[in-house]
Design a protein around this ligand. Structure first.
Ligand code: BTN
Length: 246
C-alpha cells in the first residue's frame, strides 16, 4: 500500500477520485490523499468536516477477491487497524463503536466509509475512505458537532504530523489484511471485540426495518453484530445506526 499515491490540494471527496482511478484500473494499494475536501462524505449520507491541512483525508483502492457480502468484514478490519495504530501513536483511550467509528470518551475522532463495486456478486474493487481528525481545533467544527466530535489534538493536547499517522496506520493495515487473507475473519473478530466500546451496553439500533433494543454481545463470523434481546434470544444485525447507550 502506498506505492502509488495521488496527492491533491483540494477535492470534493477523495472517494470520487479513488473510484474513478479504480474504474481505470488503478492497482490495489493506490492511495488518494487530499489536504482538504470541499464535500467530504460520511456514512448514511452525512457530510464529513475536512478542513485544509488538519486531518488525514484518504481513500485506498482494494481489490480483494471476495463475494460482496464480505465487504462489512473489510470495514471492521479497517476500524481495528486504525484503532490499534492511533492508540499506539497517541496512547489515548480510543475504542470502536459498532461498526467502525473511533471514539475517545464518547466523541468521534475518525470515520470509515467503504464503497464497493461488484460484478456477478463478487467485489471488483472497494474504496476504503478514512477520515482522521488529527489536528482540528474546536473552531473547525460547527457548534452542533462539538458535543459529538473531537480530534487527536483536542483530546491529547498535542499536534501530530499527519505523515506519521498515515505511515503507522498503513503498516498496521497491511499486517491485518495479510492476517485476514491467511486466516480469515475470526482473528479480526477477536481484535475488534477487544477494542469495542459497544459490547455489554444496552443500546437502540436504528435499522430500516425498525428499531431494535438489546445488548450487543459480540460479532458473528459474517461481521454482523449479535444483539441479545429482552427475551434472551440473539439476533444478528448487519446494518444499522447505533443510538446512544440506553
Ligand atoms: C463516517 O464516519 O461517517 C465516515 C467518514 C469517512 C470520511 C472519509 S475522509 C476520506 C474519504 N473521503 C470522503 O469523502 N469520505 C471519506
Amino acid at each position: 500500500f502506498g506505492k502509488e499515491v495521488q496527492l491533491f490540494d483540494s477535492v470534493e471527496s477523495t472517494q470520487n477520485i479513488a473510484r474513478a482511478a479504480a474504474e481505470e484500473g488503478a492497482p490495489e494499494g493506490t492511495l488518494v490523499i487530499a489536504e482538504q475536501q470541499l464535500n467530504g462524505r460520511g456514512r448514511m449520507g452525512r457530510g464529513w468536516v475536512s478542513p485544509r491541512g488538519k486531518g488525514v483525508w484518504m481513500s485506498m483502492v482494494l481489490r480483494p477477491s471476495l463475494p460482496i457480502y464480505f465487504a462489512p468484514q473489510l470495514t471492521l478490519l479497517t476500524a481495528v487497524a486504525l484503532c490499534r495504530s492511533l492508540k499506539r501513536i497517541t496512547a489515548l483511550p480510543i475504542g470502536i463503536k459498532w461498526p467502525n467509528d473511533l471514539l475517545i470518551e464518547g466523541k468521534k475522532i475518525s470515520g470509515i466509509l467503504l464503497e464497493s463495486a461488484a460484478e456477478d456478486e463478487r467485489l471488483t474493487f472497494v474504496i476504503a475512505g478514512i477520515g482522521i481528525s488529527v489536528n482540528l481545533e474546536e473552531d473547525d467544527y460547527p457548534v452542533e458537532l462539538l458535543e459529538k466530535a473531537t480530534s487527536l489534538r483536542i483530546a491529547g493536547g498535542k499536534k501530530l504530523e499527519r505523515i506519521d499517522v498515515i505511515t503507522d496506520f498503513l503498516q498496521e493495515w497491511e499486517q491485518l489484511y495479510f492476517l485476514y487473507q491467511e486466516q480469515g475473519f475470526s482473528p479480526i473478530v477477536t481484535l475488534w471485540e477487544a477494542l469495542s466500546v459497544s459490547l455489554g451496553k444496552p443500546a437502540r439500533l436504528i435499522t430500516p426495518q425498525g428499531d431494535i433494543v438489546g445488548v450487543p454481545i459480540g460479532l458473528d463470523e459474517t461481521g454482523a453484530i449479535r444483539i441479545q434481546l429482552e427475551d434472551g434470544s440473539v439476533k444478528p444485525v448487519f446494518s444499522a445506526e447505533m443510538g446512544e447507550p440506553l
